[in-house]
Design a protein around this ligand. Structure first.
Ligand SMILES: NC(=O)c1ccc[n+]([C@@H]2O[C@H](COP(=O)([O-])OP(=O)(O)OC[C@H]3O[C@@H](n4cnc5c(N)ncnc54)[C@H](O)[C@@H]3O)[C@@H](O)[C@H]2O)c1
Length: 241
């Protein structure tokens, strides 16, 4: 069997680290991009390729992709996971805040996908997974920029699926609820945030990163070639598509 290869953005911690570990567990060779070093991920993933790059910077992405291909020779799976989710009242969002959130959450998946596409095409099949959010459905009032960026990512997912279907490359999105990661615990989950979201869910517990693994593995499976353009809402029933 050919060795499958994957690139995960935002892989230093949280969901990205969980996805990198899960893919490695399925026999994928895994590279991860993050702004910061990724010692924990490297410890948990055999033969991990650690890339320090800003996913909003075209040049840094190009160099990172070159290293992936140097190491692996091929690329099958791209997980656009890096993202930011600051909360603030709408009136306090500055144009700079808005642009930063759009750049990291929406423009970066475009840039990384654009750089990865020639390699996915060359591999003969590919899987692109964009990490959006169930907040697109619940639309919290303090996350106007974030929800806008993640709704854009769903549109990107659909239209890109239409564009890449002929290459046997699927494009899907996964929409988690509020997940217990260090960043969420420090920000949106603090001051009762987890309890609030738990009360919106049909499943009355806090979502853990491991709750998303089976969906990721299903979506990237070579047997899932007819699943494309979809948003899989893995959110404990907090909202229904
Ligand atoms: N945790 C949640 O509750 C939750 C819920 C729904 C969706 N999501 C989405 O899941 C993804 C991961 O969330 P998380 O909680 O694991 O976040 P996290 O903050 O734990 O991890 C995100 C990683 O992305 C990296 N990153 C940020 N900007 C970057 C950039 N410009 N270039 C390279 N790397 C960058 C960070 O350094 C960090 O390591 C995000 O897209 C988030 O919007 C999270």
């Amino acid at each position: 069997m050919e060795t499958r290869t994957a690139l995960v953005t935002g892989a230093a911690q949280g969901l990205g680290q969980e996805f990198a570990v899960a893919l490695a567990g399925r026999g994928y060779r895994v590279a991860g991009i993050d702004l910061v070093p990724q010692p924990e991920t490297a410890q948990r993933v055999l033969d991990y390729v650690e890339l320090i790059a800003d996913v909003t910077d075209e040049e840094q992405i190009g160099a990172a992709l070159e290293r992936v291909i140097d190491q692996f020779g091929t690329l099958h799976v791209l997980v656009n996971n890096a993202g930011v989710y600051p909360e603030s009242p709408f009136e306090d969002i500055t144009p700079e805040d808005w642009r930063r959130i759009m750049r990291v959450n929406l423009e970066a998946p475009f840039l990384v996908t654009r750089a990865a596409l020639p390699y996915l095409k060359a591999a003969g099949w590919g899987r692109i997974v964009n990490i959006t959010s169930a907040a697109v459905l619940t639309a919290p009032p303090t996350m106007v920029a974030y929800v806008s960026s993640k709704a854009g990512l769903i549109g990107f997912t659909r239209a890109l699926a239409s564009a890449l279907g002929p290459y046997d490359i699927t494009v899907n999105a996964i929409a988690p609820s509020m997940v217990r990661t260090a960043t969420a615990e420090r920000t949106v989950g603090a001051d009762g945030g987890f309890e609030h979201v738990r009360a919106q869910q049909a499943v009355p517990r806090t979502q853990e990163p491991s709750d998303l693994v089976s969906t990721l593995l299903y979506v990237v499976d070579p047997g899932s070639g007819f699943l494309t353009g979809q948003t899989l809402n893995v959110a404990g029933g907090s909202a229904y598509l």
